[in-house]
Design a protein around this ligand. Structure first.
Ligand SMILES: C[S@@+](CC[C@H](N)C(=O)[O-])C[C@H]1O[C@@H](n2cnc3c(N)ncnc32)[C@H](O)[C@@H]1O
Length: 334
């Protein structure tokens, strides 16, 4: 008799994917792909290169072979082509730095059921009220990713003719500082809430860029922004706001741009289907745990808010920045 019980293929596949992802994260954190850049090594040689015990490392190496990031032949492990390109330190396409944000994102995601059951985000991030030390830790952590996204933006867009630029919701100002360092002609203003700007100033000063990046306190939701700019860049801002506040923020940013000025919205943007790209779908799990209202909004929602604010030439880039974040650009009519 034929069994009518369907195989648990999806469940097993997902479980295996989570295991493989954990192996990848550990491999990135230990930076074990970098010593393999010069060719295959035994478990003992890799262990010595990264300063760990080889008998336990062996188990992780095999898990990475199963995950498709290493190969093994006659007791020697080697990077796959993908690991060679993305996980070896020093490569321009290096992604191994993601280990810290991945670990943090997954720890937060494991609280999703509790956040929904209690109705209270279990890893709440309130930019106006969370303890300053917590916010500083968060902003310093995401600054690494912020800088990578900015480099990726600069590789695609020419900012050499722009004179005044606002980094709105700047956080640790990774974006503002990277752009200021790249273009000496640019006057860069980093804008954030009054609760955040002391942290921003501290980071900007540490980097020796206090003379190049002006840090200004303003709430982009509640009113007009100080100043007038050729371009505004918002990285990770829209997704931390409610839909109502996101709409108001885009309107206020539009008002602060000069005629012909451009806005660059960088963040997790959902396709209109709401089931892709996977990184935005995944971050919505974080947002359940972080915010009462923020989320990755759809492309249509962004387009609607931008049109309403009077923007034209609204485009969503076909590529992602640093392999992760979407980019939507638009122009204020001249
Ligand atoms: C996820 S963080 C992104 C920080 C930075 N842009 C980056 O990508 O690293 C969101 C930032 O938006 C800021 N923000 C939230 N609401 C804001 C508001 N109403 N006005 C100005 N900034 C705001 C937060 O304080 C925080 O620094």
């Amino acid at each position: 008799m034929e069994s009518s019980v369907a195989p648990a293929d999806t469940i097993n596949k997902l479980r295996a994917a989570a295991d493989a992802a954990c192996a990848m994260q550990a491999g990135m954190e230990l930076d074990l792909f970098t010593p393999l850049k010069d060719g295959p090594m035994t478990a003992g040689e890799i262990a010595r290169a990264i300063g760990v015990k080889s008998d336990r490392l062996r188990l992780l190496l095999w898990a990475l072979v199963a995950a498709g990031l290493l190969t093994e032949r006659e007791g020697r492990f080697a990077n796959t082509d993908e690991a060679k390109q993305y996980l070896v330190k020093g490569q321009p396409s290096y992604m191994g730095y993601l280990h810290a944000t991945l670990a943090n994102a997954w720890t937060v995601r494991l609280k999703t059921a509790a956040s929904l059951r209690t109705g209270v985000p279990q890893d709440k991030l309130d930019f106006s009220n969370s303890p300053s030390s917590e916010l500083e830790k968060f902003l310093r952590r995401i600054n690494t990713k912020n800088i990578a996204t900015t480099r990726s933006l600069l590789a695609r867009h020419d900012f050499s003719t722009i004179k005044t630029l606002a980094d709105v919701g700047c956080g640790g100002a990774g974006l503002a500082m990277t752009i200021a360092q790249t273009f000496s002609q640019l006057q860069v203003t980093a804008i954030d809430l009054a609760e955040i700007t002391p942290i921003t100033r501290k980071i900007v000063k540490e980097e020796g860029l206090a003379g190049r990046v002006e840090v200004v306190s303003a709430d982009v939701v509640s009113g007009p922004l100080p100043g007038s700019y050729d371009a505004a860049i918002l990285r990770g801002l829209i997704q931390v706001l409610s839909a109502k506040d996101a709409r108001a923020a885009i309107k206020n940013i539009g008002a602060a741009l000069k005629p012909g000025g451009r806005v660059f919205i960088i963040g997790y943007v959902l396709d209109n289907s709401r089931v892709s790209p996977s990184v935005a779908v995944g971050y919505n799990l974080n947002f359940i745990n972080n915010f009462d209202a923020g989320e990755a909004y759809t492309e249509s929602e962004h387009r609607e808010w931008l049109s309403e604010a009077g923007f034209v030439d609204i485009e969503r880039a076909s590529y992602t920045l640093a392999g992760e974040m979407s980019l939507i650009t638009a122009r204020k009519p001249a």
